[in-house]
Design a protein around this ligand. Structure first.
Ligand code: S3P
Length: 458
């Protein structure tokens, strides 16, 4: 991929990991404008769907984080040509149904999205494909994707508990299924829909709780015949017709609201701050954190709202605010699932208690995020209680007594960034044991935060 030729065998990484700590200190008011990198979900899908579609896909604003680069390498290993030219990524796809058998294991590093979606995409092909990843990804459950693939006729070799490494052997012809999601997961929904692309007939996913809809929107843009209806019980029924043509597209990836979460919370809690975060995706399935922070009293104004490439985007004008604890409803979890660590940090500086429920999926992210957040808060003197699927945080608006701890990040980029943000407003510095994983989703984090005035060493 990139400027180098696609040599799949060179892609297997050893995952030798050298942790690099970082420390954030109480900072002066943050100011200025920031542009966060492209949305990770849309970036993965741009390379996948572009790599599959016939003809050329041109992508601007792609997130060049390690997670997305690994997805590009996987697509290159299955026949796509992917190169960066100036500001654009140019993808020549294989054509739907024409992926090639990868000659080496596909290494997804830290990325659940890349791994699980590609299992769906490639698993139903009559070929063998092997999936590997780093220590974090190797601990994560893959059965949620492997179970529906088994129903479609895919043979699975996996480690106990359906963990990586996984080898998939697809049937001569996959069987279409109707699959009701047992958990709120856009990755599982997407994996089944992508498997449906190379399956004759109609594959259907029933989604009782709506999750991010990038797969549906983008596949429709690429020319897939996809239909969404609402069942009488309110569930979304998404049907895709297999073996149709997909054609290359021009894609402008908007800024990632999950990355915007960090400067956003930082500006709210560092006294006197006033910043603008430009070009942030405002898709309703992704804006739960902004809704919650506004309910907490956060001074966040959406300016310059516009539609870009089929998605709503806006600039966020954020000013330091006195926050008050709120009850965050469980129903909101899918629209802010990656943002709970950042919200917990905001709650640490809010008056009163913030109660977050419906957090069971946090247990199976890049780390057990519920435990990692609770331990990080405790290490920094924040009063919190962890339940099996809930968390309460009792804040200190002045930041007094907060900080002074070292946080175990467990190879989780969002834990690292969240606690560095905490250190910017806490009385005492906050250290994270490892900042290297930030490069998986937000390689520019340190520079972007420093440009706003944040004091982070490491
Ligand atoms: C994603 C879905 C979510 C999210 C992840 C990206 C996607 O995972 O946490 O960061 O792009 O589909 P789940 O499907 O496991 O909730």
């Amino acid at each position: 991929m990139s400027q180098e030729p696609a040599n799949p065998s060179s892609h297997a990484q050893s995952h030798v990991h050298s942790p690099r700590p970082a420390t954030a200190r109480r900072s002066p008011a943050l100011s200025g404008r920031a542009r966060v990198p492209g949305d990770k979900s849309i970036s993965h899908r741009s390379l996948m769907f572009g790599g599959l579609a016939s003809g050329e896909t041109r992508i601007t604003g792609l997130l060049e984080g390690e997670d997305v680069i690994n997805t590009g390498r996987a697509m290159a290993a299955m026949g796509a040509t992917i190169a960066r030219k100036g500001d654009e990524w140019i993808v020549q796809g294989t054509g739907n149904g024409c992926l090639l058998e990868p000659q080496a294991p596909l290494d997804f590093g830290n990325a659940g999205t890349g791994c699980r979606l590609t299992m769906g995409l490639a698993g139903v092909y009559a070929m063998r494909s092997t999936f590997i990843g780093d220590a974090s990804l190797t601990k994560r459950p893959m059965g949620r994707v492997l179970d529906p693939l088994r129903q479609m006729g895919v043979q699975v070799e996996s480690q106990p508990g359906d963990r990586l490494p996984v080898t998939l052997t697809g049937p001569r012809t996959a069987a279409p299924i109707t699959y009701r999601l047992p958990m709120a997961s856009a990755q599982v929904k997407s994996a089944v829909l992508l498997a449906g692309l190379n399956t004759p007939g109609i594959t259907t996913v029933i989604e009782p709780v709506a999750t991010r809809d990038h797969t549906e929107k983008m596949l429709t843009g690429f020319g897939a015949k996809l239909d969404v209806t609402i069942d009488t019980d309110g569930a979304r029924r998404i049907s895709i017709e297999g073996q149709g043509d997909l054609r290359g597209q021009i894609i402008a990836v908007p800024g990632d609201p999950s990355s915007a979460a960090f400067p956003l919370v930082a500006a709210l809690i560092v006294p006197g701050s006033d910043i603008i975060i430009e070009n942030v995706l405002m898709n309703d399935t992704r804006t739960g954190l902004i809704t919650t922070l506004i309910e907490m009293g956060g001074d966040i104004t959406l300016i310059n709202r516009r539609n870009a490439g089929g998605e709503d985007v806006a600039d966020l004008h954020v000013k330091a605010s006195e926050l008050t604890g709120v009850e965050v409803p469980a129903a909101r979890a899918p629209s802010m699932i990656d943002e709970y660590p950042a919200l917990a940090v905001a709650a640490s500086f809010a008056k009163g208690e913030t109660r977050m429920t419906g957090l069971d999926e946090l247990r199976v992210k890049e780390s057990d995020r519920l435990a990692a957040v609770a331990r990080g808060l405790e290490a920094n003197g924040v009063d919190c209680t962890e339940g099996h699927d809930w968390l309460t945080v009792r804040g200190r608006p002045d930041g007094k007594g907060i900080g002074g701890g070292t946080v175990a990040t467990h190879l989780d980029h969002r834990i690292a960034m969240s606690f560095l943000v905490m250190g910017l407003a806490a009385e005492n510095p906050v250290t994270v044991d490892d900042a290297t994983m930030i490069a998986t989703s937000f390689p520019e984090f340190m520079g972007l935060m420093a440009a706003l005035g944040a004091v982070i060493e490491g």
